[in-house]
Design a binder for this molecule. Structure first.
Ligand SMILES: [Zn+2]
Length: 604
């Protein structure tokens, strides 16, 4: 890792200050980059090695007649509803990807001109000729309105060839593209509807876009973006009443919703729906903060056990000496201090679902007891003499590689095979970037309600920073950032960058960590490259980033111990590319110790 650049807030403001917080079709000047010519020049044919590149993204030419055949076959085999959903989501991901590419390639472009590149890109890709009638957006107020004409839509062409003129618009993939593009460009879920379509006999298609919460019956549109019915369609709409938001302790999941439309998120949701009706053991894998517990809870909610208890245990949070009595219960007098008999989590979850988070931190002794409980379907309380039958569906989660733990002799192979019946991998947030605008809006609304604060949106540079950030702490980190932003932002105003990355002087240090991983300082003109592969960090590898941090501290920024600790942990986790075992080694901690400290620091 090269030495992190030292970027002052003033310097950053100079760079990002160019970024206005609004844009519209009036401000389009003929020469403003990126022009159609600029875009055309970013298309490279490389026939010698079988590749086509658009802004560094590999593309492939497809005959429209093949696209037509695919559509027809889908319609015939899975029906119009599911075909429309599938194509809308494919389009969404293409649009969101193009927004990201444009943002990376022209980081300093004026927002209106940058936005206008999307329709040009869509035209360049051969989908449709887009004629913008009007568009305007304001980051600070969170508003958007756009109206476009589509001429000679390729999707309409192939649809009509097979089905003729009908009563419904049919440019599904293209509508998805517009939704994905605009949402990723302005950082807010924006829904488009085709109000006229050549497939309905109009001589061209007409498209209108507004933020999701400004449409009536937006659930209809969201149905096509969400692969599964349990994914929230209300998260973008009218906020819940404050009375419906109880404290996190009482009903920890009641106010949390599954949010996402990206293909990585949808793939995990598909698997969840598959396995939910069965009694199979499910093992969730993925980095810290990707939402394993929420997925486990949703699995329970859509399973036949939903009326029965859902009991969650974080194995890393319970000391080794207590884990056995926590899980299996204890009989009076089993040990000094055991003055009452009490059931363990297994018994309390009877008939329902038991979720064991961070299962990799269980001691070998506890692993043996857990294995026995799973094999025999019965448990014995600590100090007890009789066995108790338990009917529990076990769901486990881990952020470490259990196969590696087995090789290291820290995890029982027989228990692993018992748990690994149906593994579901949850992707890190950086692999589902298309969902970031949705999550930003959702958390803003959610915490605005919770803390009784009215914030209007995010500034352009805040949107840009969030959409480019690496998120080593995944959704939990985004959630914390937005919650902090909601609290720091002025009442009735937008969330700005310093609100997100802490206030005042401290923002400089956080900013600096953002600049280290984000791509705020432009690389205009260069072909975007994939992030460099991290080599396996060696013990002590952290030492070479420490001096820069300490220098920051020496500049009188007055870090608290907690800030210093969280910065060190963040640096180690980033360095280890999310591998917590490796990060712990660098810090001279055990993995459970690291998990504990991370949890502690994440407490508000
Ligand atoms: Zn159309």
């Amino acid at each position: 890792m090269s030495k992190p650049p030292r970027v002052s807030l003033a310097e950053m403001s100079r760079v990002t200050g160019k970024m206005l917080n609004h844009g519209d079709s009036q401000h389009l000047t003929a020469g403003a980059a990126p022009t159609l010519d600029d875009l055309t020049q970013s298309l490279h044919f490389s026939p010698g090695d079988g590749r086509i590149w658009l802004n560094g993204q590999r593309m492939q030419l497809l005959h429209t007649t093949s696209l037509g055949a695919l559509r027809r076959e889908l319609l015939e085999s899975i029906g119009a509803e599911r075909t429309r959903g599938l194509l809308t989501r494919v389009g969404y991901s293409a649009g969101a990807r193009d927004a990201q590419l444009l943002r990376e390639r022209w980081p300093n472009a004026e927002p209106g001109s940058l936005f206008a590149a999307g329709p040009r890109m869509h035209s360049l890709e051969g989908a449709v000729k887009v004629e913008p009638l009007h568009f305007e957006f304001d980051f600070e107020r969170g508003t958007y309105h756009g109206e476009f004409l589509w001429h000679h839509s390729s999707e309409a062409e192939v649809h009509q060839a097979d089905f003729g003129i009908g009563t419904e618009p049919a440019c599904w993939m293209q509508t998805g593209y517009a939704i994905g593009y605009t949402s990723a460009m302005i950082g807010r879920l924006t829904i488009y509807r085709e109000v006229e379509c050549t497939c309905m006999g109009h001589h061209r298609c007409r498209l209108i876009g507004k933020p999701a919460d400004e449409w009536d019956n937006v659930e209809e549109d969201l149905r096509f973006l969400n692969a599964e019915a349990f994914v929230s369609t209300t998260a973008y709409g009218v906020p819940q009443q404050a009375a419906e938001l109880p404290g996190d302790d009482q009903r920890p999941y009641a106010d949390k919703e599954m949010v996402g439309v990206s293909s990585a998120f949808n793939a995990a949701c598909h698997m969840l729906r598959r396995v939910a009706p069965t009694a199979a053991t499910v093992l969730f894998t993925g980095e810290s903060g990707v939402g394993k517990e929420l997925f486990a809870y949703m699995l329970h909610q859509i399973s036949p056990r939903k009326e029965q208890p859902f009991v969650a245990v974080n194995c890393a949070a319970i000391p080794e000496t207590l884990i056995e009595s926590e899980l299996f219960g204890v009989e009076r007098g089993a040990y000094t201090g055991a003055s009452h008999s009490r059931p363990g989590r297994f018994e309390r979850a009877s008939g329902g679902t038991l979720f064991l988070d961070e299962i990799g931190t269980l001691s070998l002794v506890a692993q043996g007891k857990l294995l026995r409980a799973l094999q025999e379907g019965e448990i014995e309380r600590v100090g007890g003499v009789r066995s108790v039958k338990v009917d529990v569906r076990l769901v486990a989660a881990t952020n470490v590689d259990l196969r590696e733990e087995i090789r290291q002799g820290r995890f029982r192979e027989d228990l692993f095979f018992r748990l690994n019946v149906f593994p579901i991998h949850l992707p890190p947030l950086r692999d589902r970037r298309d969902d970031i605008p949705l999550l930003m809006g959702y958390f803003m609304r959610h915490y605005g309600q919770k803390h009784q604060r009215r914030v209007t949106g995010f500034t352009a540079r805040a949107v840009d920073a969030l959409l480019n950030y690496h998120f080593p702490g995944n959704i939990r980190e985004l959630q914390n950032l937005v919650e902090r932003g909601v609290i720091y932002a002025d009442e009735g105003g937008p969330i700005d960058l310093p609100h997100l990355f802490t206030s005042g002087e401290e923002s400089q240090t956080s900013y600096f960590s953002l600049a280290q991983t984000g791509r705020l300082t432009g690389h205009g003109g260069a072909m975007p490259t994939a992030p460099a592969q991290q080599e396996t960090p060696a013990p002590g590898a952290l030492l070479d980033v420490l001096p820069a941090m300490l220098r920051q501290q020496a500049q009188g920024k007055g870090w608290s111990l907690d800030q210093l600790e969280s910065t060190l942990i963040l640096a180690a986790v980033q360095r280890a590319d999310g591998n917590l075992s490796a990060a712990a080694r660098m810090l001279g901690l055990t993995r459970p110790q690291l998990s504990y400290r991370m949890k502690k620091l994440q407490q508000p």
